[in-house]
Write a protein that binds this ligand. Structure first.
Ligand code: COD
Ligand code: ZN
Length: 375
């Protein structure tokens, strides 16, 4: 029997308050309103940003259903939705592409004004929620909320993808993979023959390495304080691996010595202020470009020698790899289907929704790169 137009009762991982485990609860998911789509989530990755909400580093209202890196199938559509139909395979977009704001209308940026990343309201664009549990309204996360069997998103925050795509793999295109890969290809625009340094070899850093390789970089130096990360970095394209703990001198000096004048492009994919400064300092003094990909810790500030910029270096940031989400996600899925890049090496664990707390333990203890929860 069709569920369209009816409230769906299903399982979800609810976070009732900060620094607590998720509770698996029965929630009610309201039908999609005008220009909204209800999706059956088939697979979702666990990302560091979800953990940032649990610890309070990223401030969001509670109770909340987290998760923003997923793939699923359309269950039903609200009034006025013409570009999606039940059965379509889709990826929710935590940075929407509304097509109407300055970013979306221009050609320079990808950060749609309608993302909930800045305001952190935890609501649908109309200011309400589609989730309830035990009589309480439950907040949305970044307009996506994917740690649930069913969710509702605005049509501007959804991309339709190839019907043959394996959802348990391409879910990573919803955040981690695209964030890293795009930082190299879209934000830095690495050219053939370049020298690159990548600080931090989690799933996002490894995706930066894949992007540098596809761009034709001739030298890719991987930097991490955990040498266990080096084997996979090499498998994906790193030519050199450096552990700052093996040196007395600061890591930026080590990298300048290794390369002569410093690297053409550096990427900070850890989210620490000290490594952001080191990444800036290790790039070529005149035309080097350093990209901040790691989410900066809330309320921390950086003090740095402005001479680093005066000589010509550029310091940039990158959100969702600079990709305009709705346009790019279907193309990235097509590139994956055409074997332009791999996702398997990033997926170290596969669990079910009810094992979500185990998945977060694996993230916190550094044992996983990406855990995918399959429904
Ligand atoms: N020097 C070198 N390496 C270090 C140091 C250090 N001082 N400290 C930690 N590391 C290494 C760790 O050993 C680890 O290997 C790596 O850095 C970090 O990896 P993870 O697994 O914690 O992180 P990832 O790859 O999942 O990346 C997450 C980011 C840290 C980049 C995080 O900020 C993020 O998810 N960014 C996505 C950006 C974004 O747009 N988010 C918004 C919605 S998701
Ligand atoms: Zn993420």
């Amino acid at each position: 029997m069709s569920t369209a137009g009816k409230v769906i009762k299903c399982k979800a991982a609810v976070l009732w308050e900060a620094n607590k485990p998720f509770s698996i609860e029965e929630v009610e998911v309201a039908p999609p309103k005008e220009h909204e789509v209800r999706i059956k989530i088939m697979a979702t990755g666990i990302c560091r940003s979800d953990d940032h909400v649990i610890t309070g580093a990223l401030v969001m209202p509670f109770p909340i259903i987290l998760g923003h890196e997923a793939a699923g199938v359309v269950e039903s559509v609200g009034q006025g939705v013409t570009s999606f139909k039940p059965g379509d395979k889709v990826i929710p977009l935590f940075i929407p592409q509304c097509g109407e704001c300055k970013s979306c209308l221009g050609t320079k940026g990808n950060l749609c004004s309608n993302t909930d990343l800045a305001s952190g309201a935890g609501l649908m664009p109309d200011g309400t929620t589609r989730f309830t549990c035990k009589g309480k309204a439950i907040h949305h996360f970044l307009g996506t909320s994917t740690f649930t069997e069913y969710t509702v998103v605005h049509e501007s925050a959804l991309a339709k993808i190839d019907s043959a795509a394996p959802l348990e793999k391409v879910c990573l295109i919803g955040c981690g993979f695209s964030t890293g890969y795009g930082a190299a290809l879209q934000t830095a625009k690495v050219e053939p023959g370049s020298t690159c340094a990548v600080f931090g070899l989690g799933g996002v850093g490894l995706s930066v390495i894949m992007g540098c390789k596809v761009a034709g970089a001739s030298r890719i130096i991987a930097v991490d304080i955990n040498s266990d990360k080096f084997a996979k970095a090499k498998e994906l394209g790193a030519t050199d691996c450096v552990n700052p703990k093996d040196f007395q001198k600061p890591i930026h000096e080590v990298l300048i010595e290794m390369t002569g004048q410093g690297v053409d492009y550096s990427f900070e994919v850890i989210g620490r202020t000290d490594t952001m400064t080191a990444a800036l300092a290790c790039c070529q003094y005149n035309y080097g470009v350093s990209v901040i990909v790691g989410v900066p810790p809330a309320a921390e500030k950086i003090t740095f020698d402005p001479m680093l910029l005066f000589t010509g270096r550029s310091w940039k940031g990158s959100v969702f790899g600079g990709w305009r989400s709705k346009d790019s996600v279907p193309k990235l899925v097509a590139d994956y289907m055409n074997k332009k890049f791999v996702l398997d090496p990033l997926i170290t664990h596969t669990l079910t929704l009810t094992q979500i707390n185990e998945g977060f333990d694996l993230l916190r203890t550094g044992k996983s790169i990406r855990t995918v929860l399959k429904f």
